[in-house]
Design a protein around this ligand. Structure first.
Ligand SMILES: [Zn+2]
Length: 263
């Protein structure tokens, strides 16, 4: 499996992805909003885009579909419940379905509601696993729930699915929010040395060549995975005294999501 992260340089800071089979050159494009850049990268590499996956129905993820299909004939794959909201879906998928690319690549669909209720992530079946997380999990952060999502579903997705992924899983999110998210983590957990170190190293990184985090790193730097950190709990309690002295993890997660909205 060859993964090319494509930085769109737009104001939403979207990342698109090309996932290629090295044997056949067949490519799956993930949320190819910047279809021109995706096509030109594929052309340079001699690749052939045959499928599109939309992680969810928002326009900054689906907006490149029409042009991409007309130039390549690629088939569109999305959550089966997104069919009404994404035009011309060829294949609706659910939890456990597998998307194959060429001869060598298999990607498993995870049903990951929260940011929207018809959101999928893709997990590669490779020696080093890779997660294409759309707007569910970001570097050092979590998706918002403003446009068709539910915070408690997002918590369930984190605790039941993302928390179970191996530490070496590479994370490929739908947007570049690393720096802002690290600042939010540090505002909740000022003694988080790993987050401070990452901020120091990557504060001025070029998103064309972004640092790819692992789930192991995320567990250190992403406040939405640090729900039992005494510092995090104490800081959340400063804003929401009603959570008491021993809040459960779901309560902390929901309050963090609320704080992030207004931060
Ligand atoms: Zn979205």
């Amino acid at each position: 499996m060859v993964v090319q992260q494509v930085w769109t340089a737009n104001s939403y800071r979207n990342f698109n992805y090309l996932i290629a089979c090295p044997e056949t050159g067949d490519v799956l494009a993930v949320d190819p909003l910047d279809y021109r850049k995706c096509l030109s990268v594929a052309r340079e590499r001699g690749w052939n885009i045959t499928q599109i996956v939309n992680t969810h129905e928002h326009g900054d993820h689906t907006g490149g579909n029409g042009a991409m299909v007309s130039q390549t004939g690629a088939k569109i794959i999305a959550h089966k419940n997104a069919r009404g909201r994404i035009p011309d879906v060829d294949r609706g998928v659910g939890h456990g379905d597998v998307v194959k690319v060429g001869n060598t690549v298999e990607l498993e669909c995870l049903d990951t509601p929260g940011h929207t209720m018809s959101h999928i992530c893709l997990l590669s079946h490779t020696d080093t696993p890779a997660l294409f997380s759309g707007d569910t999990l970001f570097n050092a952060g979590a998706g918002n729930c403003h446009n068709g999502g539910h915070p408690s579903e997002l918590y369930e997705t984190f605790s039941r699915q993302l928390d179970t992924l191996h530490d070496d899983t590479l994370l490929y999110p739908g947007h570049d929010y690393l720096i802002n998210n690290l600042r939010f983590t540090l505002d909740r957990e000022p003694d988080n040395a790993a987050a401070q170190k990452m901020l120091d190293i990557y504060a001025n990184q070029d998103p064309e060549n972004a640092h790819i985090t692992t789930l192991g790193e995320e567990r250190q730097i992403n406040v939405f995975f640090r729900l039992s950190s005494p510092t995090v709990v104490a800081r959340v309690r400063e804003e929401f005294p009603e959570i008491g002295s021993e809040p459960d993890e779901k309560t902390v997660f929901l309050k963090l999501r609320e704080l992030r909205n207004s931060w």
